[in-house]
Ligand binder design. Sequence first.
Ligand code: IMP
Length: 201
Amino acid sequence: MPELPQLILATRNAHKTEEIRHILGHRFEVLDVRSFPELPEIEETGTTFLENARLKALGISNRIDGWVLADDSGLEVDALGAAPGVWSSSFGGEEGNHQLNNERLMREMAGKTDRNARFRCTLVLAKGGVEKGVFLGTVEGSIAVSPSGNGGFGYDPLFIPADHNATMADLGADVKSRLSHRAKAIQAFVRELETGNLVDF
Ligand code: IMP
């Protein structure tokens, strides 16, 4: 069997890696930067998803051979003026603490009638420090009053996708890998691959 092409994700978030593996199926050998302990942490100093995804994609692909894909993503809540947005992972005061993030979201949304929200995902593909593509995905939905479900990660227990009556965490991995912001961005990447425009992949 021919070797699968490698795709290196510019993330240490095991959930993102698992989800992208699940969405891509058997097209790639998907690794992430946890396999390259010599790589530095890339600081996310941008103010948009695109800026941060670029920083990660270029910062990592400058240092290793191969195709690098960076995911920057987050939650935008209309009643909070699109917060937490790019600051989704530290909204509760501590980087990557999903429980604190969800507690703050529930506090801020208490009594709010407009509960519309969306997840956004921006992917940047790069090789040798050169940007090769940008792929976007969005999923619309609303913020639940209380958390429910054990699937997914982050804000999934509080996010109800449009046209569903359960949270992303209740819906589980197979449904999430079809309808999530990340799934849609990866589908856009796969469509670009299939056009043959990414010739040396
Ligand atoms: P990043 O690592 O800077 O892209 O931060 C992403 C943050 O956005 C995560 O830590 C979560 O808080 C949130 N987030 C992104 N994607 C998802 C998702 O699929 N489900 C739930 N929360 C997510």
